[in-house]
Design a protein around this ligand. Structure first.
Ligand code: ADP
Ligand code: MG
Length: 583
């Protein structure tokens, strides 16, 4: 038989592996106790202190002493109870595990008790139990985590890293429970003070900036006893990994491969390959449809009705995103009405005859002076363009169809251009050239922008600070997860510092993981170009389109965007002739 102290220490390995897991367990307990206000304090990335204070139900003296015993829980009695669990915790392991690897202090008072109780432990050994004056609720202080487990302590990362994991936990529960007021204090500085009793949207507004929140669409979907609600990000918010996806199953933060697949399917054609949308998704179902007990930390869940769940998630997301797409396309349509014309009558006197296009030609090659073009002279496509040379001698922008695609005529035929993809290619080559030549030009912003990032993003930016500066970002730390951006790479043009920063940091991170030194630049630049490029819904002026065509014609690889999508679709006169059977 192992002694309790040893058994707890072993069990602690499963439940507690870093300060962030302490933060998670303590926040869950506070929420389970029905707290209306929760405060979390961290010192030295949580290694020195993680403390959570709540105004929940509190405990009696007896319960307080029991609570730190292994397998002591007030939340279930029977195995069957797990099937209908409504609380975050139920295994009764957390406090015992945490107390066995830290200096631990619990003070608590229940509503009807005259005085509170303070319990102190060190490395799992009970030091004392005393009466204590304290308000109704509970405060748990966890100091010097792993002070008695050197092997574990060695695996802790820098304070910065541990802190950012703790903050991420706080952030996740803040999203999960907008009804509770939540405050976070880091090294005695207030980082968040979120009012409680609010709805999801208000909570998100308190956590993110408003352009981000504006790009979220409400999700509300029910199929039998399954309910999917929350917010789905418009496809344009896509990111390089799933760190922008918050999933809650019956109120509990959870991951589930099945849901990830469903999300990917729902967004399949909407976000580029390898990118992930942003989501805050709450799935609710009868408790016996989900198994939350597959892992000690309950991070992953399994669904008993996999197909139903997947279909509901896909249905919910598609419905949420469709509303938006519909509204956009409906607003601009011009009704297509036929001119009043008698059925058989083909010509009506007095109506104008269709004119040949009047727009001027745009010379694309230097040699294109007044010389007549190949097509007009009646012969097939011009001598293939030399590398870097324009594929066509001239073009004429005829207009835009579908509010997006640019229609052009060249000497060889009809060309359709996707302005976003084209612009992406142009920016990509421009920026890449600068990076390769080590002469990135940077342009100061009129007003420095302060960018507040979610903890995970902040960590990446911090890690890649030097590279980002080399890439032309004027970047400095402002403390916490705030950065000051006072310059951007010139070629990015007018973009939001925030969105570029997040995305570039993202791909830098991946480059680092692959160990590539060259690839990071390509990825980051492709991403930055994508962010900076004109968007599908932007209305472009003729001069802007023409500039784009000229720039694209000069590009080394004009036919695809850096992600491999085509920029141009070409329909030659030869093909047109064949299609019309003119041979
Ligand atoms: P679990 O949450 O799985 O039940 P824990 O070890 O986290 O196990 O907690 C043990 C018990 O201590 C809980 O079941 C609960 O009764 C009590 N407890 C823990 N934290 C709090 C708190 N903040 N407020 C009130 N009771 C608490
Ligand atoms: Mg618990």
């Amino acid at each position: 038989m192992l002694s309790d102290v040893v058994a707890n220490k072993i069990a602690a390995g499963e439940v507690v592996d870093r300060p962030a897991s302490v933060a998670k367990e303590l926040l869950e307990n506070a929420l389970d106790a029905g707290a209306g206000h929760i405060e979390m304090e961290l010192a030295a990335g949580g290694r020195k202190l993680v403390a959570v204070t709540d105004d929940g139900a509190g405990m009696t003296r007896d319960d307080a002493i029991l609570s730190i015993e292994r397998h002591a829980t007030s939340k279930i009695r029977d195995v069957d109870d797990i099937e209908s669990i409504a609380t975050m915790g139920f295994r009764g392991e957390a406090l015992a595990a945490i107390a066995s690897v830290s200096r631990f202090r619990l003070t608590t008072r229940s509503a009807d008790a005259v005085s509170g109780t303070a319990v102190r432990l060190s490395g799992g050994k009970l030091l004392d139990v005393e009466d204590a004056g304290c308000p109704v609720g509970t405060r748990v202080e966890v100091r010097n985590l792993f002070f008695n487990v050197p092997a574990r302590r060695k695996f802790l990362r820098t304070q910065q890293t541990e802190l950012s994991h703790c903050r991420q936990v706080f952030f996740t529960y803040a999203v999960a429970c907008p009804s509770a007021g939540m405050r976070l204090v880091v090294d005695e500085r207030e980082v968040y003070n979120l009012p409680g009793g609010v709805g999801m949207k208000e909570r998100l507004r308190a956590l993110y900036d408003s352009p981000f929140v504006e790009a979220l669409r409400p999700v509300e979907y029910a199929e039998g006893p399954l309910r999917v609600s929350g917010f789905a990000g418009l496809p344009a918010l896509h990111r390089g990994d799933r760190s922008g996806q918050y999933l809650f199953v019956n109120g509990r933060p959870a991951g589930a491969p099945l849901v990830s697949y469903a999300v990917r399917e729902a967004y399949e054609t909407l976000v580029p390959k390898g990118r992930h949308p942003v989501l805050f998704l709450f799935i609710e179902m009868p408790p016996d449809w989900v198994d939350v007990n597959v892992h000690p930390t309950k991070k992953e869940v399994r669904f008993r009705k996999g197909n139903e769940t997947r279909d509901a998630v896909i249905g919910a997301l598609r419905t949420a995103l469709k509303q938006d797409g519909g509204a956009v396309s409906a607003s601009r349509e011009i009704p297509f009405t036929r001119p009043q014309m008698a059925d058989r009558q083909v010509r009506i006197e007095g109506l104008p005859v269709v004119q040949p296009f009047q727009y001027p030609r745009l010379p694309l090659r230097e040699d294109e002076g007044e010389k007549p073009s190949g097509a007009e002279a009646g012969h097939p496509p011009a001598e293939a363009a030399a590398k870097g040379d324009s594929p066509w001698a001239w073009c004429r922008v005829l207009g835009q169809v579908g509010g997006l695609y640019v229609v052009m005529e060249t000497e060889d035929g009809l060309v359709l251009m996707d302005p976003h993809a084209a612009h992406e290619r142009v920016l990509y080559e421009k920026f890449m050239e600068e990076v390769k030549a080590n002469r990135v030009r940077s342009q100061g912003l009129l007003a420095a922008e302060s960018v507040d990032l979610p903890p995970a993003d902040a960590l990446r930016v911090r890690k890649n600070m030097k590279l980002l500066c080399e890439m032309g970002f004027g970047l400095s730390e402002f403390g916490g997860d705030t950065f000051i951006v006072d310059a951007l790479p010139t070629c990015l043009g007018n973009v939001s510092a925030r969105s570029v920063l997040v995305d570039v940091a993202d791909s830098l991170e991946k480059g680092g993981q692959r160990g590539g030194t060259e690839r990071w630049a390509e990825d980051a630049v492709a991403m930055a170009a994508c962010k900076a490029a004109v968007k599908a819904q932007d209305r472009l002026r003729l001069a802007e389109i023409e500039q784009l065509v000229v720039d694209l014609a000069k590009a080394e690889m004009p036919y695809t965007c850096p992600h491999g999508r085509p920029t141009l679709i070409f329909l030659g006169f030869g093909e047109l002739r064949r299609k019309f059977g003119r041979s």
